[in-house]
Ligand binder design. Structure first.
Ligand code: ADP
Ligand code: MG
Length: 296
């Protein structure tokens, strides 16, 4: 297989059970996950809180061990030290030193990659510019940063080693709508730069327009997977859009459809949103759980 044919990420029956003191306290956080993420795509790992997104990410990074199954990253087993160097990781909570400014923080992490001073200066400037951190803000201590500014520094940190694969755990969580839009722009930039991006989110509307493909986890199980377009497509509805369609033509078109016996004619109809797909899934699951004799 050529290097590009090897997927960026692949899991086989990946399972994680966190042990509890009693067997009844064991938590099956991830249950037989089979997932392939191809190189160059933006893949969204979606699901409500506690559905196993962070667990999946930690398994892929080799930070925790699988109970069963396996995971491969860039053609190597998860946790492999060589592959690890080609991964950038933005944790759910970034712990940054509050009394350093952005440049000092990134310089500190760049040292961990054994970069010399010239390389560090170049990388730090490049990524501060890339994430669009205001020059005046760069000189302030991180403790004065907004959540959005701190998240930008976290993203810059995860990119310092120019990784092939970028794993972002809840990159938009806690950000206001504007900061969310900017974070999404940066994620798309990463794709344009040829990187593969795996991101997790419980805020579906926030990521639906950045991901090429998504999966939705629920209680550690993969429930839905596909391209965003295929998940949002309503199959038995035909739609045409056009700008400046004359009113008399609109009337004629609607009349023709009526004549042909087409039902539910609805000019200007919207496609459903990923949020609706998600809400429907979670509501169905919850009502099945509550029904007598339903799954626990
Ligand atoms: N270290 C741990 N020990 C025991 N249970 C855990 C641990 N980490 C996560 N869990 C549980 O595993 C499940 C999945 O958690 P997580 O992967 O963090 O979900 P998500 O990131 O989707 O919110 C949750 O029920 C959580 O409480
Ligand atoms: Mg999480």
């Amino acid at each position: 297989m050529t290097a590009t044919a090897i997927p960026a990420l692949q899991t086989r029956d990946l399972t994680k059970v966190y042990p509890g003191f009693w067997s009844s306290q064991h938590v099956r956080a991830l249950d037989k996950l089979n997932l392939t993420v191809n190189r160059g795509e933006i893949f969204g790992l979606l699901g409500p809180n506690g559905s196993g997104k962070t667990t999946t990410i930690k398994l892929l990074l080799g930070l925790i061990n699988a109970t069963e199954g396996s995971a491969g990253v860039l053609g190597k087993p998860a946790g492999d030290q060589i592959a690890r160097r080609s991964i950038g990781y933005l944790p759910e909570e970034t712990y940054l030193y509050r009394f350093l400014n952005a440049r000092q923080t990134l310089d500190f992490y760049a040292r961990l990659f054994n970069m010399n001073r010239a390389q560090r200066n170049r990388a730090v400037e490049f990524y501060l510019e890339f994430v669009g951190l205001d020059p005046a803000v760069r000189r302030r201590q991180l403790r004065t940063y907004s959540k959005g500014q701190a998240r930008r520094v976290g993203l810059a940190q995860s990119l310092l080693n120019d990784p092939e694969l970028v794993i972002l755990d809840e990159p938009t969580s806690g950000l206001d709508p504007l900061a969310t839009i900017e974070m999404k722009k940066l994620i798309k930039e990463l794709k344009r730069a040829g990187k593969t991006v795996l991101l997790s989110s419980h805020q579906l509307a926030d990521v639906e327009d950045v991901c090429d493909r998504v999966c939705i986890l629920y209680r550690g199980k993969l429930e839905i997977e596909g391209t965003v377009d295929s998940l949002l497509e309503v199959k038995d509805v035909f739609r045409i859009e056009g700008r400046n369609v004359p009113v008399d033509l609109q009337v004629k078109m609607v009349a023709m459809l009526h004549e042909a016996g087409v039902s539910d004619i609805n000019p200007g109809v919207q496609r459903s949103r990923l949020e609706d797909v998600f809400k429907r899934l979670v509501l169905e699951k919850r009502s099945a759980e509550r029904a007598p004799g339903g799954p626990k």
